[in-house]
Ligand binder design. Structure first.
Ligand code: SAJ
Length: 425
């Protein structure tokens, strides 16, 4: 049975581009989101997130009538769930011994929302990054809500509704290209579930669709992001060691990377975003005794923002020593970049945002932020001002580069009071 109508639940950084890709292949797509603002924006043919090239695709899809957004699910042949999977509590409040637990409540709500419109022959795909076992759990929630339909956990290949986990693996900033080109891991609960999921993704995926089971697909996604987290932790640890030994870490890494089998990543102010700083915990919380390196990497990366803040405190002390007539109140600090990585507007789980907020709280003088990708500061930063690069360069005494946005890379900054967490200046 082919897929004429496809529904995507959750129209965020993954769901909206995925919905738009199906619509661009002339499938009827119903996007569902609880956020009325997002729904209204999309129905005008506009987007509520920053992602290169996505605006044109969404505009065309809506104008041609292939994509519409609604707030509650309607019948479709396939449902893709792309909702958040956060922690149950904030990481920042975690003590060393506490391991954050994944929060599957958004998946549960999405399952309960689509259950009433499910029919025999439908395919349900979980795309959200999830702890091992979440797809089976989702299938249980669907079965509990629809006792009149059969699901793969009981009915196997004869199930009325097929279920699979196909984790998204696209890089923010490159989503449109990577959605099409990347290989896709397809973890069906049965062979038939996998085959149908492959058929669906082949609508627009040019990469290979590689079949496995749901649990391995869940673990594959967590493994990719944990691997990157461990590698970034290595770079961050190196940066702290080099600082102590008076060695330029950027030069060191570029030298080491000339070795044919070495490829060290770049240090920074910490690891942010909704994925790499989160997903490794899904492994650690299930296997806390076994996941030693993964757990340590999380702790190393989470400790980096505090190390940066300590550097700022030292810079303030140095500045005051060199300018004895001034007090801390007279010192202006400029923070360059708030996003969690370069050239995006996404401030979720951003170490740059968190560092800027903490500096604003601890510093009695002015703090200004430069973030070319936003027009307005988030409410967490209401005590500071959003400034242009030129104004910050002119008026600040201490300069803290937090994100290597392209706008900063083309600038020059020469000052004795510079903390450059990305090695740009
Ligand atoms: N970072 C460094 N040093 C580096 C690379 C990154 O400090 O050398 C930092 C970034 O500044 C950022 C964080 O790591 O704060 C994460 O950025 P990222 O570019 O590594 O990854 P994300 O979170 O944007 O996207 C990741 C990708 N996963 C991998 O590359 C293994 C993407 O493919 C996934 O789809 C995405 O997570 C996701 O949604 O899970």
């Amino acid at each position: 049975m082919s897929f004429n109508t496809i529904s995507v639940i959750g129209l965020g950084y993954i769901g909206l581009p995925t919905a738009a890709m199906f619509a661009s292949r002339k499938k009827n797509v119903i996007g569902v989101d609880v956020n009325q603002h997002a729904v209204d924006t999309i129905n005008r043919g506009e987007i509520h997130i920053v992602e290169p090239d996505l605006d044109m695709i969404v505009h065309a899809a809506v104008t041609e009538g292939y994509l519409k957004a609604v707030t509650s699910p309607e019948p479709a042949d396939a449902f893709l769930i792309a909702v958040p999977t956060p922690f149950k509590s904030s990481l920042n409040n975690e003590s060393d011994s506490t391991i954050p637990e994944p929060d599957l409540s958004y998946i549960k709500k999405a399952s309960e929302a689509i259950a009433p419109v499910l029919k025999k022959g439908d395919l349900v795909i979980l795309e959200s990054t999830s702890p091992v076992g979440a797809t089976e759990q989702m299938a249980e929630w669907l079965a509990a809500a629809r006792p009149d339909l059969s699901f793969p956990q009981k009915a196997g290949e004869n199930a009325d509704v097929n279920v699979a986990h196909c984790p998204e693996r696209v890089l923010p900033g490159h989503v449109v290209r990577e959605l099409v080109e990347n290989d896709r891991v397809i973890g069906g609960m049965t062979t038939k579930c996998s085959a149908r999921a492959v058929e669906l993704y082949k609508t627009f995926v040019q990469g290979e669709c590689v079949i496995t089971n749901a649990r391995t697909a869940e673990m594959a996604k967590l493994t990719e992001n944990s691997c990157r987290d461990v590698q970034i932790a290595f770079a961050n640890e190196l940066s702290i060691i080099c600082d102590k030994l008076d060695i330029d870490v950027w030069e060191l890494i570029s030298l080491a990377n000339r070795h044919p089998r070495i490829n060290i990543l770049q240090p920074g102010p910490g690891v942010g975003g909704h994925c790499i700083a989160v997903d490794p915990w899904f492994i650690v919380s299930k296997t806390p005794i076994e996941a030693q390196i993964i757990h340590t990497a999380r702790k190393v990366n989470d400790a980096k923002p505090q190390w940066v803040i300590n550097k700022v405190k030292l810079a303030i002390a140095d500045f005051l020593q060199a300018n004895p007539t001034k007090t801390a109140k007279d010192v202006t600090i400029a923070c360059y970049g708030l996003a969690f990585k370069p050239d995006i507007d996404d401030l979720r789980e951003s170490p740059a945002l968190n560092i800027t907020k903490q500096i604003a709280e601890l510093h009695s003088g002015s703090v200004i932020a430069v973030e070319p990708n936003i027009n307005e500061l988030p409410s967490a930063l209401n005590s500071i001002q959003l400034s242009t690069f030129d104004n910050a360069k002119e008026s600040a005494d201490i300069h803290l580069l937090l994100v290597d946005h392209k706008e900063f890379k083309t600038q020059k900054m020469k000052t004795d009071y510079l903390i450059d967490t990305k090695g740009v200046w």
